[in-house]
Design a protein around this ligand. Structure first.
Ligand code: NDP
Length: 296
């Protein structure tokens, strides 16, 4: 194996430590406590784990955590009423509605009901537009975490060829915007892209956000490239025993690591950075709402 492993777990711990220090100063200097409200509708087990982790890490950073668990049959009007209440609550600086929502709720409508300045996921149409036009936005947490790891791995990203595989609104598209903002030459690939392997082999930076276990293999990777694996896929692991499973990314780690210069593992790569960036965004939202300088 040649690639350097980018340790997202350690990087995320460092980011959380910085956020905690800034939260302490905010409290001492201004008597302010950033607050994050997380709304979960229904009982999706994976979402429940995410929400629990978010709440725990929010409190560990010295912030206030407000959890709202709603019944799966909650109506759109009830959910919108809760969001309006959180929008008006001065103790709440960040609002996150855990996706996916049950089918009877319109995700776009719900996300766009969040006050843009409290939209710490960066999914509100205003924040999408602000990011696309190079203005001050709330930036989606997963691509923000990827960008931070890439800057750490490369320093200046200017002029590098970046290929992002996956064009979702929550990962692929904002990732492309962020790389463009850092002056990469960006290609956004998807399920209709022709000869995707050859395209990926031209990438100095390869980001996989597809949702297909181990799709990107070593022969897709340019020697020395940096590979960021966003995928989180649970697959059967009979080697661990009957009925056991394990998490893998969208990248085949062993073959890609033999070619890449640096690579993120799954688990322990992008995942921990996502929550750390959520906490950083909540701190930023709090500072902005009080007209205070933003943390770096
Ligand atoms: P989506 O399903 O919304 O998007 C997947 C994208 O991959 C689509 O643009 C799709 O193309 C493209 N795609 C699918 N199959 C292929 C293929 N064979 N070749 C090329 N492109 C393909 O997924 P998300 O963006 O929400 O998530 C992607 C992955 O990242 C998932 O594994 C998810 O679990 C993970 N994730 C991890 C997070 C973290 O914190 N680490 C956070 C969010 C997601 P098309 O548009 O043409 O259909």
């Amino acid at each position: 194996m040649t690639a350097r492993i980018i340790d997202g777990k350690a990087f995320a711990a460092k980011v959380r430590g910085q956020v905690a220090g800034q939260v302490t100063r905010l409290s001492e200097d201004h008597g302010l406590t950033p607050g994050l409200a997380v709304v979960l509708v229904g009982e999706d087990p994976a979402s429940e784990v995410y929400v629990r982790n978010k709440g725990k890490q929010t409190v560990e950073c010295g912030m206030a955590s407000f959890e709202h668990k709603l019944d799966a049959r909650t109506s759109e009007a009830e959910l919108l009423a809760l969001i309006a209440q959180l929008n008006a609550d001065p103790a709440v600086h960040g609002i996150l509605v855990q996706l996916p929502l049950p089918d009877h709720l319109n995700e776009d409508l719900v996300i766009n009901a969040i006050a843009p300045e409290k939209d710490v996921d960066g999914f509100h149409i205003s924040n999408v537009g602000l990011l696309a036009t190079g203005q001050k936005a709330m930036v989606p947490c997963t691509p923000l975490g990827c960008l931070m790891m890439l800057r750490e791995a490369h320093g200046n990203l200017s002029g590098l060829n970046a290929v992002v595989v996956g064009r979702s609104n929550i990962v692929g598209k904002p990732m492309a915007q962020l790389l463009l903002r850092d002056s990469c030459t960006v290609t956004l690939a998807h399920s209709r892209t022709r000869d995707i392997e050859a395209l990926c082999r031209q990438a100095d930076i390869l980001v996989a956000a597809v949702g297909r276990p181990q799709m990107v293999t070593g022969d897709w990777v340019k020697p020395g490239a940096t590979v960021i694996d966003v995928g989180i896929n649970r697959i059967d692991a009979p080697e661990k025993g009957e009925g056991k499973t394990r998490l893998v990314g969208d990248v085949d780690f062993a073959s890609a690591a033999a070619v890449a210069g640096a690579i993120t593992p799954v688990p322990g790569g992008v995942g921990p950075m996502t929550i750390a960036c959520l906490l950083a965004n909540t701190l930023t939202a709090c500072c902005r709402s009080h007209g205070l300088p933003e943390p770096d």
